[in-house]
Design a protein around this ligand. Structure first.
Ligand SMILES: C[S@@+](CC[C@H](N)C(=O)[O-])C[C@H]1O[C@@H](n2cnc3c(N)ncnc32)[C@H](O)[C@@H]1O
Length: 297
């Protein structure tokens, strides 16, 4: 196990040690004795959006849970379901537990929750945490591009579905994941677009004959002029990715939430994608006004 005494571990009030391989903390959750991810405080921004969206969409969800289609939450990059905020004693729910708990608190629980991850141990742990909430959960081990077809064949095609796509980096989010999910009529997506990855690796990705961007945003090379400055090229890649989304007959909300780190560094964009105006309207209502950027494309 690749352990590093990271800077933030020195400050950790619980004496935890960060495992850089799977980004977990060596100190287990005191509440349930299970493994915790170790995350920056900015993860809470993402969870707040998930929580608010699940809450604001409760009436829409009820129509489907009262009907035949049902309503699911899909989390193909699920993690272990809880996390310690690095450098603090604070332990927070991970995305799947946030969504499940909020749906229950809002009075309209999901019919089912589908979780997937490449790390099977995480899945087993997240499943335990979800079952404790009384949730019907199905788990799928593997990369998102492989788990999504399995999830799609398990869900009701006429149901209402909300998926969070929350990978660490761009290479883990091949566009095919979005394309497959977009085949379902009522599919709302909240997507973590790793701005940090594009910031750090842009020129390396451009030089690579086989670049992680090939799967992330197919056709990206034709969409950019690499002689232009980094900001312009990054903007073109984002525009191209959004155009691919529109080709799936989905729209990205104009209000994109930019999540920054404690030193104001760019980390990621939260992009909300849906087919129906009501879903986009919900997002516009709950997205934060601070740090929020309009795409303007
Ligand atoms: C940012 S974490 C997810 C955190 C989680 N959404 C939360 O908020 O609690 C990313 C997760 O994706 C998993 N992962 C990495 N590559 C993956 C892939 N290609 N497909 C599916 N999961 C992957 C990692 O094991 C990790 O648990």
């Amino acid at each position: 196990m690749a352990k590093a005494k990271a800077d933030f571990c020195e400050l950790c009030p619980v004496g935890g040690q960060f495992n850089s391989t799977d980004q977990t903390c060596s100190v287990l959750d005191l509440d349930d004795g299970l493994l915790l991810a170790c995350v920056g405080e900015w993860a809470e921004d993402k969870h707040a959006r998930v929580r608010k969206y699940v809450d604001i969409s409760r009436a829409a969800r009820r129509k489907f849970t009262d009907g035949l289609g049902g309503a699911t939450y899909i989390d193909p990059y699920c993690g272990p379901g809880r996390a310690r905020i690095r450098g603090t004693e604070r332990v927070v729910d991970g995305s799947a537990v946030v969504a499940a708990r909020q749906a229950i608190d809002s009075g309209v629980p999901f019919t089912e929750i589908h979780i997937a991850d490449t790390n099977e141990d995480f899945l087993i742990i997240a499943e335990k945490r979800l079952i404790k909430l009384g949730v019907k959960v199905k788990r799928y081990t593997g990369a998102a591009e492989d788990s999504i077809p399995r999830i799609l064949s398990a869900i009701n095609q006429h149901g209402l579905h909300f998926a969070l796509l929350d990978p660490y980096d761009l290479k883990s989010l091949p566009f095919d994941v979005i394309r497959q999910l977009a085949k379902i009529k009522h599919m709302d997506l909240l997507i973590h677009f790793s701005q940090q990855d594009l910031q750090r690796n842009l020129r390396r990705y451009i030089r690579m004959p086989q670049s992680p961007l090939d799967a992330f945003a197919p056709g990206w090379r034709e969409a950019i002029d690499e002689m232009r400055g980094d900001d312009v090229v990054r903007g073109k890649i984002l525009q191209h990715w959004l155009a691919l989304i529109r080709e799936c007959d989905m729209q990205a909300a104009e209000g994109v939430e930019e999540v920054t780190g404690s030193k104001n560094q760019h980390l990621y964009w939260l992009v909300f994608v849906a087919r129906h105006n009501l879903a986009i309207k919900f997002w516009e209502e709950i997205r934060s006004v601070t740090n929020q950027k309009l795409l303007g494309f």
